[in-house]
Write a protein that binds this ligand. Sequence first.
Ligand SMILES: C[S@@+](CC[C@H](N)C(=O)[O-])C[C@H]1O[C@@H](n2cnc3c(N)ncnc32)[C@H](O)[C@@H]1O
Length: 262
Amino acid sequence: MKKSNNQPYNPTLRSHKESVVTHDGSPTLYSHEFREHYHSTHDGALSESLHKHIIPAFALNAHKKHLRILDVCFGLGYNTLATLYYIQKHQLDISVEIVSPEFDLELIGSLKDFHYPKEFENLKETIITLSKELTYHNPRVDINILLGDARESIPKLTQKFDIVYQDAFSPKTNPLLWTCEYFADIARLLTNDGILTTYSTAIATRLALFENGFNIYLLQNKAVRNATIASLNPLHNIKKIDMAHKIATNPNAKPLSDKDYL
Ligand SMILES: C[S@@+](CC[C@H](N)C(=O)[O-])C[C@H]1O[C@@H](n2cnc3c(N)ncnc32)[C@H](O)[C@@H]1O
């Protein structure tokens, strides 16, 4: 991918991170490269992962016995690990395949020593294996971390996904993972009844999804701040965002585009 003066990554700062304890007691990191925490300190790392991603995604896919999940991006792995925790806790009779892009190899290597919340205690072996080998398999779980730039690895994927956890840093600091062109790649990879979960409620994010054929829904939960669910097929029992109205009342709003950053 072509880089320019606008290029938003600064690998020289990538190893500069600090540990932070979030509101629910679960730890996260602060990234000096992106000048942002890996999770909402207000909502809590584990609470955010469970309430904005895993619980709604599993509720909307409750009828499936095998789930393919694209976890963008791996980071500390909360979304992948909370998925396994949720399956174990609820003794779900399903198998999962998780694919997760990540370009920070040093971070992955350090995760074997990260102090995860007690909810992940049973997952110690999985964490150590992923941290060392970027992959983990058992008869019901298949996890692969794709090392490298997600904008290069995602278009190469050929399988279809039931769920996308869209959990990059914010559109402001990590814009290439929120553009119209990026979501076009994601739309191509989703099954017709697949869903995308994201913490972003930004109009630019919703417009980029809408322009790629997604229906947009508001996820409300007392435990965490509002979030967004997007799906290609219509969903029921969840508040749909009237995008035509949003566009009419925000005439200057526009989706992010690769052209602005490359
Ligand atoms: C907000 S954190 C992800 C948090 C993660 N879901 C978790 O639960 O810990 C964003 C992650 O995206 C990675 N990242 C950002 N841009 C990327 C890109 N273009 N390709 C691959 N990884 C990227 C960063 O290194 C960081 O680990």
